[in-house]
Design a protein around this ligand. Structure first.
Ligand code: 13P
Length: 345
């Protein structure tokens, strides 16, 4: 008989709270490398002071908890004090936002498979999770990436990453932390919408087979995935309706109904496209799971641009973040319209 994880009720209630209808997740868990590149694009010096200032700006945005259920943090941010002397996760809790943490330590080349990756971080994961839980984290995230190309992704890359995702998820649940399992099929390349759908179906199906083998409680986890899109170099013109129908069709084939929620990443789409497509996906009736967002760039890009590393810009930058969060909160209810942008302008 499959053992019941000791914290199952806690896992179930946290997972449900993260996909509270009308809210979504803010991904602000960029590694030093990724955040450094984002800062460099705006000529913001990559110092600890600036990283702290930026993450405090995001976490203390007034009213953010109306539209955001949880925030994924990078490890450094879990221990970050904010201006009033409290630690940042406590500030989130005061806003009604659940703190979470990215626990993988990034992708590395998969040996003998050029162009493919696996994700590191399983070593010492159990000890790290106990520490993160003590620092206030209630959920975790692990990202595996899959490039589409000539013969890619290979069956070996899919299998290896699915196994690692399952080990991560089981270890996270053992620690009482809801795992967000993120197999990301990358947008780079010239593939069509259909090929993205075909690859995503195979990847997600394998991931759920391994989650089952590793006795992961599906009602105490979330799936984070990309929308089904043509590759960025494909040139195929597709409507939001085609994207929504293909995405839902694929997910309905491979995601079990007892998974409480599927949250979409933005993956390099511009913020307005990401919101419009999310809205289209969420307009369809009765999928078995709650659909929502866990955007990084599509929530943060405008705020980062306005802030530009200057303390004088914190308030207008927070207004940009709140605006995008509210639009996406409307989108998960299928209530976003391009005209809504004016309401908060
Ligand atoms: P994007 O929305 O910028 O793709 O980031 C989401 C994320 O958490 C990727 O792991």
């Amino acid at each position: 008989m499959t053992p019941v994880p000791p914290f199952l009720t806690v896992l179930q209630s946290t997972a449900r709270a993260l996909v509270d209808p009308g809210k979504g997740i803010l991904a602000a868990d960029e590694s030093f490398g990724t955040l450094g590149r984002r800062f460099a694009a705006h000529d913001i010096p990559f110092t600890r002071e600036n990283r702290y200032a930026y993450r405090e700006l995001l976490a203390t945005t007034p009213e953010l908890g109306d539209a955001i259920s949880g925030m994924i943090l990078f490890e450094e941010t879990l221990s970050q004090p904010i201006a009033d002397g409290t630690l940042l996760p406590s500030a989130l809790v005061r806003h009604g936002i659940i703190p979470g943490v990215k626990v993988d330590t990034g992708t590395r080349a998969l040996p003998a498979f050029p162009g493919e990756t696996t994700t590191r971080g399983l070593d010492n994961l159990r000890a790290r999770l106990a520490d993160y839980a003590a620092r206030g984290a209630r959920f975790t995230k692990w990202r595996a990436t899959f490039a589409i190309g000539d013969g890619l992704p290979s069956a070996t890359a899919i299998e290896t990453n699915a196994r690692i995702l399952a080990l991560f998820a089981a270890t996270s649940q053992e620690a009482g932390l809801v795992p967000i399992v993120e197999p990301e099929v990358l947008m780079a390349g010239g593939h069509t919408l259909d090929r993205c759908g075909h690859i995503t179906r195979g990847v997600v199906q394998t991931v759920f087979a391994r989650l089952d083998e590793h006795r992961v409680a599906l009602d105490g986890m979330l799936l984070k995935t990309g929308m089904i899109l043509p590759g960025e170099d494909c040139g195929q013109a597709v409507t939001s309706t085609e994207i929504a129908e293909t995405t839902l069709h694929v997910l309905q084939q491979v995601v079990p109904a007892n998974v409480p929620g599927i949250v979409f990443l933005s993956g390099g789409q511009n913020d307005v496209d990401a919101t419009e497509r999310l809205n289209e996906i969420c307009r369809y009736d009765n999928p078995p799971w709650t659909l929502s967002f866990s955007f990084g760039r599509a929530l943060q890009d405008a705020a980062l641009q306005v802030w530009a590393g200057d303390a004088a810009n914190v308030v207008p930058a927070q207004a940009e973040l709140l605006k995008r969060a509210r639009f996406n909160a409307l989108a998960v209810q299928g209530r976003y319209a391009a005209g809504s942008e004016r309401v908060f302008a």
